[in-house]
Ligand binder design. Structure first.
Ligand code: AHR
Length: 552
């Protein structure tokens, strides 16, 4: 610890317990009367250690994921150039405008499991001549009786040039997922050539130009397969290591782009899989060919309700989301043994809350679900986890952008809304590119009992902090479903001049946005009375908060 009292002294003095005036601004939520600040004993403590940087938060941590699945592409993103729905060259205007505003650094496409069946050549050239292909999700029980819809039979209207148009419009870098299961390495090399070979240089560059893009896309990020232990080929780690080498080994022409290959990681926290794969790559000194190692983590609660969840399911979902922490640290520790200099970073290229029961707005929006205040907390606590491990996590992609698992948007024909999860991304945008600082959060646990009668406790508040110039951004989730948390916040090594809070909460934790009431859940901002090196703040129950502190 660098400046000020050490942690034990700090906690002790706080516990002795000067009553602190709750610092939360007066808020009016949904017409309710303003709440009075109450004098409360601070039970929680946050220390921000401004002299202890963790690393720069990669903007790509706030990345996205677009798969040809259900209503993600067709209806969600692609509405068609001749549509009455406002669009930019066929791409839904409202979605572009909203997404661009939150600075989406990167977008992954075309899958997911779909990627390992996709032939990129089907999605280029004259749209009228592109083949229709059976989507791998066609037989899913939820859509198999819905006829010849795009979710089942892909018209290939949205291909590489269209995806690049989308990425350009929103300001995201493309992250392409290559097909390892059903295409040879040559097809991958040619996709790279199609995307990146210089203007006029190759036949594929000319085909790209015919699609409207003479200039190369300079696509840097290339995933070598997806979930290769499962839908991506059902490979053993030994087999996948062989495939990885076949696809990514030198020479894949780089075209001066600086290609970054991402290996498809294990199922869940299967460290044996990771260990074996790295060992096999190391045998041929190929670990260096990999830039990132992909992890996936979907959190869930047993009762599976997206909206009508009960209190245990609130805590169960957040506890499940919180496992991101151990997924990252366990893998990082293991990788320390196999890649001592940590040249390979972690890429969490699928994460989100996946509820068992669907609440989609259209039956063909496969895995479509509503996003409540609970999902907003999943987003906040997960982004905080990535921030705290900014030295380890180089990219992350929430699954999936629109009309799907934990989406930022729901769209149906001309109807469109942003979810509470979107608002969390907007709130966390200032962390992008800022320096993550070491933080210490201590707080009481929220006690909860699972369906089997087992007692658990979840730390009520946690979060992250980052610094950019003289602005300190602190984001905090209060996971207690019903109780506000009074907290002392100490800024070690700096002093606060002014502060402002942005808070996302709602009257009811089940609240969510609908096409009829799109602003039910949205953040509210207010000034906060805070100055000096320590101040008190009260985080409302079931909330996500961002504090913007201007430092003296
Ligand atoms: O996001 C939905 C699916 O979940 C993806 O296609 C797959 O990679 C994962 O199992």
């Amino acid at each position: 610890m660098s400046a000020g009292p050490n942690r034990r002294e700090f906690v002790a003095s706080a516990i002795k317990g000067a009553a602190v005036l709750a610092g939360a601004p007066l808020l009016t939520i949904g017409g309710a009367r303003p709440r009075r600040p109450r004098a409360r004993l601070a039970a929680g403590h946050i220390e921000i250690l401004t002299a202890e940087p963790v690393g720069v938060i990669a903007p790509e941590i706030q990345g996205h994921f677009v798969e040809h699945l259900g209503g993600v592409v067709y209806d969600g993103i692609w509405v068609g150039e001749d549509s009455r729905i406002p669009n930019y060259g066929g791409i839904r205007k409202a979605l572009v405008d909203a997404l661009k505003a939150i600075r989406p650094a990167v977008a992954r496409w075309p899958g997911g499991c779909f990627a390992d069946s996709y032939d990129w050549r089907d999605g280029i050239g004259d749209p009228a001549s592109r083949p229709r292909r059976t989507n791998i999700w066609a037989d899913d029980a939820n859509i198999r009786n819905l006829g010849n819809i795009p979710a089942r039979f892909d018209p290939n209207r949205f291909g590489t040039n269209e995806f690049m148009r989308f990425a350009r419009l929103v300001g995201a870098e493309p992250y392409m997922a290559a097909n390892v299961r059903t295409l040879p390495a040559r097809a991958f090399a040619e996709w790279v050539e199609y995307c990146n070979s210089p203007k006029g240089s190759t036949t594929l560059a000319e085909q790209r130009a015919a699609g409207g893009d003479p200039d190369p896309f300079n696509a840097r990020y290339w995933g070598i397969g997806n979930e290769s232990w499962g839908c991506g080929g059902n490979f053993t780690p030994d087999e996948y290591a062989m495939e990885f080498r076949r696809f990514a080994t030198w020479p894949v022409p780089d075209y001066g782009v600086g290609l970054r290959f991402i290996g498809s990681g294990p199922s869940g926290n299967d460290r044996a899989w990771t260990r074996r794969f790295f060992e096999k790559l190391a045998e041929r000194r190929e670990v260096n060919r990999m830039w990132g190692w992909a992890l996936h983590h979907y959190c869930s609660a047993r009762n599976g309700e997206a909206v009508a969840f009960d209190e245990p399911a609130w805590y169960e979902l957040l506890t499940s989301a919180n496992r991101m922490e151990s997924l990252i640290t366990a893998h990082w520790d293991l990788m320390s043994e196999l890649d001592r200099q940590h040249r390979v970073k972690l890429v969490v290229d699928e994460w989100g809350a996946w509820h068992g029961m669907t609440t989609n707005v259209e039956p063909y929006h496969l895995f479509g679900q509503q996003s409540t205040v609970r999902d907003a907390l999943v987003a906040g606590l997960t982004l905080d986890t990535f921030n705290r491990h900014a030295d380890k996590v180089a990219m992350a992609n929430i699954a999936q952008l629109v009309n799907c698992i934990q989406s930022l948007f729901l769209a149906d024909e001309d109807r469109f809304l942003v979810t509470p999860t979107y608002h969390v991304f907007a709130m966390y945008a200032p962390h992008q590119g800022a320096t993550s600082l070491r933080t210490e959060f201590s707080a009481p646990g929220a006690a909860w009992t699972d369906g089997d009668g087992n007692a658990h406790s979840l730390q009520t508040i946690d979060g992250s902090a980052s610094m950019h110039d003289r602005t300190l951004t602190i984001t905090v989730t209060n996971r207690h479903i019903a109780e506000a948390q009074a907290v002392d916040i100490a800024i070690r090594g700096a002093s606060v001049r002014s502060a402002r809070a942005t808070t996302l909460r709602s009257r009811d934790v089940h609240d969510h946005n609908t096409f009829e009431r799109p602003d039910t859940v949205r953040p509210v901002s207010a000034d906060v009375a805070a100055s000096g090196t320590t101040f008190a703040y009260e985080f409302p129950a079931a909330s996500v908060t961002r504090l913007d502190l201007e430092l003296a």
